[in-house]
Design a protein around this ligand. Structure first.
Ligand code: SAH
Length: 250
C-alpha cells in the first residue's frame, strides 16, 4: 500500500537505516521504559525502536490516514496508537510513570511540540528530537523566550546533523538531532506565569530592560536597565523573574 505524503502535516520520512539506528541508539532505550513517539508516520523509526526491549510505546499521530496505515501494518503488543495533536497533548492521560519522548518532528510545529513537552517536564526526564537545524540552534542559543524556557528545565545536546538526502521527500534545509535531559535549574511554581514573563522579556528584544520593567524591580536585583534580554545570564533571568512575580501578584 502506498501512502500520499502531505505537506500540511510536515511529512518528511527519514529513510536512512543508518540514521534511524543512530537515533534509536541515542535514545538509550531500556527494558522498563515507557516511550512516546511523536509523529510516527509510516513507522520507519517505530520499527527500529521496537527492536529494543522497552515496556510500552505510545504513538502520537495527527494524520488519520497514517493512523490507519499503522493499524494495518504494524503489529506489536507494546504499541498503543493515539490519534492526537502533539502540540496540545496531555501526557498525564497516558501514564503516571515517567516517559521518554522521541520523534522525527513535523518541522512546522516543532517548537509548539517542545513547548508543550516543557509544560509536562515533571513527567518527562528525557527526550530526543529530529528538527530543522536552525530551530535546534535557536533552542541552544539561550537567546529566545523558548530557549530559556527549555533550558530552565533541560540540558540540551546537539548530537548530529542530518542532511536533506536522507529524507523522502527531501526538505529544503538540514536537520539536527537534539537530546534533552531534565535538569531543573530553578523552582518555578507557575509555568504559565513563567512563560508570560519570558515572552515579555523577549518581546521587542532589542529594547532595553527599563522599557519593560520598573526601576524598582531592576534595582532590587541589581540589574542595569540599560541591558537587553540577551545580555542576561540564566541566573539573572531567575532573579528578575522572582522580583517581577512579586509585583505582578501584589
Ligand atoms: N517519524 C516518521 C515521520 C516524520 S514526519 C519518520 O521518521 O519517517 C512527521 C510526522 O508527524 C508525520 O507523520 C505527520 O503526520 C505527523 N504530525 C504532524 N503534525 C502533528 C501533530 N501536531 N501531532 C502529532 N503528529 C503530527
Amino acid at each position: 500500500m502506498s501512502i500520499r505524503l502531505k505537506k500540511r502535516f510536515g511529512q518528511h520520512l527519514l529513510i536512512s537505516p543508518g540514521v534511524l539506528e543512530k537515533i534509536a541508539e541515542f535514545a538509550e532505550l531500556k527494558e522498563d521504559h515507557i516511550v512516546v513517539e511523536i509523529g510516527p508516520g509510516t513507522g520507519l523509526l517505530t520499527r527500529v525502536i521496537l527492536k529494543y526491549p522497552i515496556k510500552k510505546l505510545f504513538l502520537l499521530e495527527l494524520d488519520p490516514e497514517m493512523i490507519n496505515y499503522l493499524k494495518n501494518n504494524l503489529k506489536d503488543e507494546r504499541i498503543v496508537l493515539i490519534h492526537a495533536d502533539a502540540t496540545v497533548f496531555n501526557y498525564n492521560e497516558v501514564s503516571e510513570r515517567e516517559l521518554k519522548v522521541v520523534g522525527n518532528l513535523p518541522y512546522n510545529v516543532a517548537s509548539l511540540i517542545v513547548e508543550n513537552m516543557v509544560f509536562h517536564h515533571s513527567l518527562i526526564p528525557f527526550s530526543l528530537f529530529l528538527v530543522q537545524k536552525e530551530v535546534a540552534e535557536k533552542w541552544l542559543s539561550g537567546k529566545s523566550w523558548l530557549s530559556l524556557f527549555i533550558q530552565t528545565f533541560y540540558d540540551l545536546e546537539y548530537l548530529m546533523t542530518v542532511p536533506p538526502r536522507f529524507f523522502k521527500p527531501k526538505p529544503k534545509v538540514d536537520s539536527a538531532l537534539i537530546r534533552f535531559r531534565r535538569n531543573i535549574k530553578h523552582k518555578i511554581s507557575s509555568l504559565s506565569k513563567y512563560k508570560e514573563f519570558l515572552t515579555l522579556l523577549y518581546q521587542h528584544k532589542r529594547k532595553m530592560l527599563r522599557k519593560k520593567f520598573s526601576e524598582e524591580i531592576l534595582q532590587s536585583v541589581s540589574i542595569s536597565g540599560a541591558k537587553r534580554a540577551e545580555d542576561l545570564t540564566l541566573k539573572e533571568v531567575f532573579l528578575l523573574y522572582e522580583s517581577w512575580l512579586q509585583t505582578s501578584l501584589s
